[in-house]
Design a protein around this ligand. Structure first.
Ligand code: BDR
Ligand code: CA
Length: 319
């Protein structure tokens, strides 16, 4: 924060590395971060999850090129630390980003790996950087294992993943944590402050057809792209769930950084189940603090109207 004159304070944007598997809601998280003056995207790394690493990397490059961003984009691990990859074509389509037709990307893929780019970005930053993972935590875990000396350069990890109230991929586990539970275990136990935007909050971040029409009515290139992403996403959720909208999971992890007052957040001790036959990938939350340190800011609720307004405002800033 810089004080420029009495009563006038200019906040520096929060430097972030986005680690994502686009994915409709990952793409919208990128849009929100890119369009928000509170956030400065230093780098984007990709994870395998919603689709294979080839597809999520191509999708990230397409979305960022469409936005007009020049940020470096690096490919992450093609599979979880110890397990075979699970993908979600039934949610995000064969491309991982079915719906809008996006042009071939102008942004190249970095010659560095995700871990190398993240490490370089942390090393070169004059301020601690916030990591925003919106997929499996494989790259973040690999970064912490390969570069423990850079841990102090990570301010916080604001992630989408987990749940304190049951899963979406199994009764116990949320998808991103289930894909790589060992990586999640390492990240949650790293000692770095974690903001967990899990299903507890994201199942309240519901975007309706009416919201989609509101975005489309903005009438710009980027708002149209987001509306087309939502058309696909809303159809999937209407056919398979009765939420009364589509949970826009991943943008929550960005929105919490932009304006945490939109959300309700509680301190908790959270650990990850890596072994249970029925419970692997579960995030076990203890709000009493009896089972360990309060390592997580667990996001439990949001003001939906303000969340939609935040997205709308971001889209209006883009062309
Ligand atoms: C998470 O899984 C993916 O399908 C979404 O992109 C989100 O990150 C929700 O469980
Ligand atoms: Ca995701």
């Amino acid at each position: 924060m810089i004080a420029v004159a009495k009563n006038v304070v200019i906040k520096k944007p929060i430097p972030v590395i986005m680690d994502c598997d686009p994915g409709h809601d990952d793409a919208i998280a990128l849009v929100l971060a890119y369009a928000s003056p509170e956030i400065e995207i230093l780098a984007v790394t990709t994870s395998a999850g919603n689709q294979t690493i080839d597809k999520t990397t191509l999708n990230a490059r397409k979305v960022l090129s469409f936005l007009g961003s020049d940020v470096p984009v690096a490919r992450g691990a093609s599979k979880p630390l110890f397990r075979e990859l699970i993908i979600a074509p039934q949610v995000h389509g064969e491309s991982g980003l079915d719906g809008p037709t996006l042009p071939e990307p102008r942004l190249p893929e970095s010659p560095l790996s995700a871990v190398e780019l993240a490490a370089k970005t942390l090393r070169e930053s004059d301020r601690p950087v916030t990591l925003v993972p919106t997929g499996a935590l494989t790259n973040v875990a690999a970064l912490l294992l390969a570069h423990p000396e850079l841990k102090h350069k990570i301010e916080r990890i604001s992630l989408m993943g987990g749940s304190a109230s049951g899963g979406n991929w199994t009764p116990a586990a949320e998808f991103n944590i289930l894909v790589d539970p060992e990586a999640a275990h390492l990240v949650f136990n790293s000692g770095i402050p974690v903001t967990m935007c899990g299903l507890d909050v994201t199942h309240q971040a519901l975007v309706t057809r009416a919201d989609t029409e509101r975005f489309r009515a903005i009438g710009k290139r980027c708002s149209t792209m987001v509306a087309e992403l939502m058309d696909f996403f809303v159809k999937f959720h209407e056919a398979n769930f009765s939420f009364g909208g589509s949970p826009l999971h991943d943008p929550c992890a960005v929105a919490w950084l932009i304006d945490p007052t939109i959300f309700t957040t509680r301190k908790a001790h959270v650990d990850v189940e890596c072994r249970g036959r029925l419970t692997v990938g579960a995030t076990v939350a203890d709000f009493s603090g009896k089972s360990g340190p309060m390592n997580v800011d667990l996001v439990t609720g949001l003001d939906l109207e303000r969340f939609i307004d935040l997205l709308d405002g971001a889209l209006r800033r883009l062309d």
